[in-house]
Design a protein around this ligand. Structure first.
Ligand code: ATR
Length: 437
């Protein structure tokens, strides 16, 4: 069975961590074509495939095509790509890899095979001592022979693969969630991995079905699908129902259970900073997606009253009308006076717009007001700078991101995950990452 076990198992080529491949010394990435790059019936590469290949090349990788298919099929596919391509590669035999070693003067340890089939791509790589990455096949539209192979593959992969968790959204590729969750799994030595899955709105249903059918155990949802996902779920928690959005789904026996961990994540951040919600007067600037979950959690936690200020007053009113102690006011009536907690939930100040603040001034703010910005890039927003200048403590959104993720992991794994050392570790990793994201 070991010979059928891939080194790594991901959703699609877009989930491959090229930087990591670089780090471990891979120089040549060998790609299977059918059902790995494009569905079997697709004659030429999509724009997305071409740009993935260009990106890999720009990172210094040699990219090679290796297909068991005919010369005609491979040449047609390779017409514009102009890659070194092997047709009738006779996978799982070693023949193709020998050609690659000779062409690029590399050793087996510097090659990585990427494909969707265990009996050709993965077995072949393992027989040659080459790293392999198995991707989920792009279509199920396959002949009977391949279907039978898949059956055996599923048994093999289920036995050895790590449990898969995903983030769906649009865009997702710059999300820090993969770093966050994979740090958790490494920290506890859990056999799990977290992948990013770019999805279009019209494919949401198919994506959920794909997750169910391929044994994905759970997924997060980010903008703009936190509400759109609801009709595709079998059950949602009372909290998620009241908030009107879901950011975490657990899959059990092919059924999808939805939760919202954003609000609880925010409360956890406040607690970790020593900020008390109970009986506090709170002001929020912004009435977008995350405001709903934050307001819900603050009210539940015993806030005395909340005022939501928003440029579009209607959106603030829609949230406020669900609660007796929440009011809505237009943004131009904002005043920072008379509150213990002040929160920015707008996107104003987000990289690269780092010199903007959602409000012109914080005049009159008490230095005892705890100020929060849910933005984490840049780590200190203009809004936070203004607050610190007025003598207040100000916090960015990185802890919110971390806690909502850790609560999701606790839902998925039904065990305690949150731990001070781990939170610090993730925090350092996120801040150490690319600030542009
Ligand atoms: P959505 O509303 O689609 O959920 P969001 O990113 O969660 O989007 O929320 C964006 C928030 O930032 C909204 O409160 C938005 O105000 P509007 O409701 O008036 O659009 C606010 N926002 C974005 N740009 C802004 C700006 N230049 N000035 C003030 N508020 C702004």
């Amino acid at each position: 069975m070991k010979l059928l076990t891939p080194t790594d198992y991901v959703g699609s080529i877009y989930d491959i961590d090229l930087n990591n491949l670089k780090k471990i010394g891979i120089k040549v990435v060998v790609l299977d074509i059918d059902n790995t790059l494009v569905p079997t019936s697709t004659k030429s590469p999509t724009e997305q495939v071409s740009s993935w290949i260009k990106n890999a090349q720009s990172k210094g990788f040699e990219v090679v095509l290796a297909s068991n298919n005919s010369q005609n099929r491979v040449q047609t596919f390779n017409k514009d790509l102009n890659l070194f391509a092997i047709h009738r590669a006779a996978k799982p035999l070693k023949y193709g890899f020998k050609k690659i070693r000779e062409k690029y003067g590399v050793s087996n340890r510097e090659i990585c095979m990427v494909g969707d089939q265990l009996f050709t791509d993965i077995l072949g790589a393992n027989l040659s001592g080459i790293m392999s990455i198995l991707v989920m096949p792009l279509t199920k539209d396959e002949g009977a022979g391949i279907k039978f192979k898949r059956l055996i593959e599923n048994i093999a992969v289920r036995k050895y693969k790590k449990e898969t968790y995903c983030l769906i959204g649009n865009p997702v590729l710059h999300s820090k969630s993969a770093v966050l969750h994979n740090t958790v799994y490494n920290f506890y030595n859990m056999p799990a991995r977290y992948l990013l899955c770019h999805t279009e709105k019209e494919n949401l249903k198919q994506t959920v079905e794909k997750f169910i059918n391929t044994g994905v155990k759970g997924f997060n949802i980010t903008v703009p699908f936190k509400t759109d996902i609801i009709p595709h779920l079998d059950w949602i928690s009372e909290d998620a129902k009241k908030i009107g959005s879901v950011n975490t789904v657990k899959i059990i026996n092919k059924k999808c259970y939805g939760y919202n961990t954003d609000g609880d994540g925010f409360i956890m951040q406040l607690k970790s900073d020593g900020t008390t919600v109970k009986d506090s007067r709170i002001k929020i600037v912004g009435a977008g997606g995350s405001t709903m979950s934050i307001v819900y959690a603050l009210v539940k936690e015993g806030a005395k009253n909340i005022i939501i200020y928003n440029r579009t007053i209607e959106k603030a009113k829609q949230i406020a009308e669900n609660y007796s102690n929440v009011a809505a006011l237009p943004l131009d009536e904002f005043s920072a006076m008379d509150c213990e907690i002040l929160i920015n939930t707008t996107s104003v100040g987000l990289f690269p717009d780092v010199d903007s603040s959602p409000v012109e001034s914080l005049d009159g703010i008490s230095k005892d007001t705890a100020v929060y910005d849910i933005i984490y890039s840049p780590p200190e927003t203009k809004f936070m700078k203004m607050a610190r200048k007025a003598g207040c403590k100000a916090y960015n959104g990185s802890k919110l991101l971390i806690y909502q993720g850790l609560i999701a992991d606790e839902i998925w794994f039904e065990r305690s995950i949150i731990n001070k050392v781990l939170v610090e570790k993730i925090s350092n990793k996120l801040i150490g990452g690319n600030e542009n994201e």
